[in-house]
Design a protein around this ligand. Structure first.
Ligand SMILES: Cc1cc2nc3c(=O)[nH]c(=O)nc-3n(C[C@H](O)[C@H](O)[C@H](O)COP(=O)(O)OP(=O)(O)OC[C@H]3O[C@@H](n4cnc5c(N)ncnc54)[C@H](O)[C@@H]3O)c2cc1C
Length: 512
């Protein structure tokens, strides 16, 4: 793919950014038949798209805020994604505990509306629960003052894995998608953007790429691309940080997630089972300067620790934290300083130079965002009209899946190919670490087929080791670096540097 960079004279669509938004656009553009290029500065989903709460959801909170349009759209997209990627999205049941008299009718009726809005794409009806039923489904809840609860369903997924499968879907349809290629400037002719200047970060080379339409899908870095176009451009994005803490499953053993719709200070808190651990979050903290590796603030960790203790079987302490991860929401600027009140809708703008920018939105709505921005890009670039087909387009690895506990299920049809690797070398079936559920074959597969270039790619996004157990991931890093080195023909110095680079990042995933 990197060779195609210099060999294609002009692309139809060039997408800057390989998160949920950019990858969704690559799938849409390539599946319509346009010559599509996606450039990602680091790794696919290195930014916000690997740090989400992992929910494919309509957003009960947005219903509470009265954003009916967003909820309707997200519920439709939730259903489509479950249909198109059954190997990547599972049905997750949630319990909302009710301690105040009004909460039972309020959330119960609200969730009936949520069911109704999902229509035929619903994941199962919500139910009113009495106190006993609530405690049966969520036995860790404090029974004192508990009046009952509501059970409802939403989707759950592995965000970085979906990102990789979107990259592969785009490639299956002919797109060129490249990680570690940073856009450093825009090419212009007659004041109109007609391409980009790209730095191949790993080989340290620069190329000029021509494209009929250039789409800025860089999340919290949106403004840096807008400034390349016009140094005086108004800033568009307000980054807002959200963190999650990861604990062992024993803290929430029943398999149902808990949703706290309103903490003392009015936020939503989730505790959700994920890859045999539980993830708890999140926060909403305005951030001035976005970075690619945001770090959780002590006050955010304290907030989550304090609130979740009320809903788990035993009060977790700092030594129980397996990992801490922080992500930045690319919220579209509004008239308020409170980021929690800013809209989660997506926003598309076209600059005077015809640079197209898309930001905001949610993972759940990536497909619709892509469809909307492509309609504009086709028109602006004068491309021949072609229908969007992504609402029924299977995602790479598509496989009907019922058992989400089966090892390697999330690879879908690629699972067989990973098993074939093990058949050639039994040792590839060994775990990468006794506390992590991933095997060596996954690393070999990732290097050979998923553009995994670094130990951090492997431990953070091809497997989710860093997010599930940061200490174990640090211990596994030398082994992972040596597996990658063997595949990429790298030496001992490279291995040492990979381990050092990984440890520098990973230490921020542990409490101080
Ligand atoms: C804490 C938190 C929880 C969330 N939970 C959920 C959830 O449960 N469900 C849900 O639906 N949504 C959720 N979201 C929202 C969702 O994660 C985001 O809306 C989505 O991931 C944004 O994707 P993006 O592609 O716009 O941005 P990003 O994922 O940040 O992608 C932008 C990419 O652009 C790249 N880039 C930047 N500059 C350049 C350049 N010069 N050249 C090339 N590439 C460049 C970056 O490296 C990055 O990879 C959550 C968000 C947060 C922060």
């Amino acid at each position: 793919m990197i060779q195609q960079l210099d060999s294609i004279p002009e692309w139809d669509i060039c997408i800057i950014g390989g998160g949920a938004t950019g990858l969704g656009i690559a799938v849409d553009a390539a599946s319509r038949g346009y010559k599509t290029l996606l450039l990602e500065k680091y790794d696919f989903a290195k930014g916000t798209s690997s740090k989400s709460t992992k929910l494919v959801h309509g957003g009960v909170r947005y219903l509470q805020q009265g954003n009916i349009k967003l909820v309707m759209e997200a519920l439709k997209e939730r259903g489509l994604l479950k249909k198109n990627a059954p190997h990547l999205v599972k049905n997750q049941s949630f319990v909302i505990p009710n301690y105040k008299w009004w909460e039972h009718p309020f959330y119960g009726v609200g969730l009936k509306v949520y069911d109704w809005m999902a229509g035929s794409l619903g994941l199962g009806p919500s139910q009113f629960l009495n106190k006993e039923e609530t405690l049966e489904l969520a036995p860790t809840l404090d029974p004192d003052g508990l009046r009952g609860g509501v059970l409802y369903h939403d989707g759950q997924f592995d965000d970085a894995r979906l990102a990789i499968h979107l990259a592969m879907t785009a490639a299956d349809h002919g797109a060129t998608v490249i990680n570690y290629c940073s856009v450093e400037g825009l090419l212009k002719a007659n004041d109109k953007v007609c391409g980009v200047i790209v730095k191949d970060v790993l080989r340290n080379s620069i190329s000029e790429i021509k494209a009929k339409a250039v789409i800025n899908a860089t999340g919290v870095f949106t403004d840096s691309i807008l400034k390349m176009d016009d140094a005086d451009a108004e800033t568009l994005v307000t980054p807002s940080q959200g963190i999650h803490l990861v604990f062992d499953k024993e803290f929430l053993p029943a398999g149902n997630a808990i949703m706290i719709p309103k903490t003392d200070d009015g936020r939503v808190l989730f505790a959700v089972p994920w890859h045999n651990k539980i993830i708890v979050g999140t926060t909403d903290t305005p951030v001035d300067h976005p970075t690619e590796e945001p770090v959780a603030l002590e006050k955010e960790i304290e907030f989550v620790m304090k609130h979740i203790a009320r809903y788990l079987s035993k009060d977790p302490s700092y030594v129980d934290i397996r990992s801490i991860f922080a992500g930045l929401r690319p919220l579209v600027k509004g008239n308020t300083k409170v980021t929690a009140a800013l809209s989660r809708d997506h926003h598309i703008s076209v600059s005077d130079s015809e640079l197209i920018t898309i930001t905001g939105g949610k993972w759940t709505t990536y497909r619709k965002m892509a469809e909307d921005v492509m309609e504009i890009a086709i028109h602006k670039a004068g491309l021949p009209e072609k229908e969007c087909i992504t609402n029924a387009l299977p995602i790479h690895g598509y496989k009907e899946t019922e058992d989400y506990n089966e090892p390697l299920y999330y690879y879908g049809t690629d699972k067989k190919k990973i098993e074939a690797l093990i058949a050639t070398d039994r040792s590839l079936g060994d775990l990468i670490h006794p506390s992590l559920p991933f095997i060596k074959a996954e690393i070999v597969w990732a290097v050979q087929n998923e553009m995994c270039m670094t130990a951090e790619d492997a431990l953070s996004r091809r497997t989710r080791a860093l997010l599930l157990d940061a200490r174990a991931a640090i211990e596994a890093a030398p082994l992972i670096a040596s597996i990658i080195a063997k595949e990429l023909n790298k030496d001992e110095t490279w291995i040492k540097m990979q381990v050092e680079d990984f440890n520098t990042i990973a230490k921020n995933y542990l409490p101080a």
